[in-house]
Design a protein around this ligand. Sequence first.
Ligand SMILES: [Zn+2]
Length: 71
Amino acid sequence: MTRDSLTIPVPPPSGGPCVVCGRTSPAAVEVGYIEQASGPGIVQYACPRHATAFPPGPVPDELLPGPDLLP
Ligand SMILES: [Zn+2]
């Protein structure tokens, strides 16, 4: 461990607030995605502490059709 690793600023939050506790985290993970008919969907995030409470679900990258699904 170097001294710089202790003194550099915390990186900005990577996602939105946790859907459980509402706190932002630099290590927030995508736990869900809500599709909306009137615009882009909403990505749900959770902090690492609460992310394990969510079952694995589709996230935006997983909803995109892959090259093997194209005709
Ligand atoms: Zn949380």
